[in-house]
Design a protein around this ligand. Sequence first.
Ligand code: MN3
Length: 257
Amino acid sequence: MKNYPSRREFLATTAKAGLTVGLVGTAFSDLLAQTAQAVAGTGFTQKPLPYAYTALEPHIDARTMEIHYSKHAAAYASNLRDAAKEEGVDTAQPLEQVLTSISKYSAKMRNNGGGHYNHELFWSILGAPTEGGLPAAEGVPAVAGPDGALLKAIKTSFGSYEAFVSQFETASKTRFGSGWAWLLVDATGKLVVSSTPNQDNPLMDIAEVKGTPILGLDVWEHAYYLHYQNRRPDYVTAFWKVVNWKAVADRFAAATT
Ligand code: MN3
């Protein structure tokens, strides 16, 4: 699990945080080590959704996307900033830094820090369906499946793409109550499927299976109930139609180089 920001990005971040003076006399490699968990540096505020609410139809409907992004996810971000204020957490650091030592923080930080991170990742790995739905121009086009180094790693870790899909679907369908299914890169660089309850995720020090998530599926009822009601398995199957595999491949590359 290696994720080092470039020196330029690192200096830009620290300068913004007013910490540049503090760098004097500290080895740059030590500072890099401190930020080694940063996965593209998730902030403490919501990024704009990278496509229209309608972009994922018919697989994920616009009303669900609107409520999910503008109400549920917005609340996690807002409550995370409240928790950061209450617990004296520097919001200029990547959120990943907090998540990797989440056992030291409150339940409010765990639930909302995880909630915000998980949704930011989720929006980023979705894209307009390759078949059906609206024209790709209205959203980031999804890719039919993984290729290149990611596909090779999936085959090495699971035997085949189909075996990976089956394992991921089982994790999604059998997660009791609310939670997430994940494809993650573990400490040895291997791809692993896991699931977590509530808003926990594999970055957290309390997670049973730890690593860097590169693909996640929200299986809370709020993510699918309007369109699929109790049929979580149908939502899980439809998910593959709207995965932006280019974004997953970028996360894989960042987690393994
Ligand atoms: Mn959700």
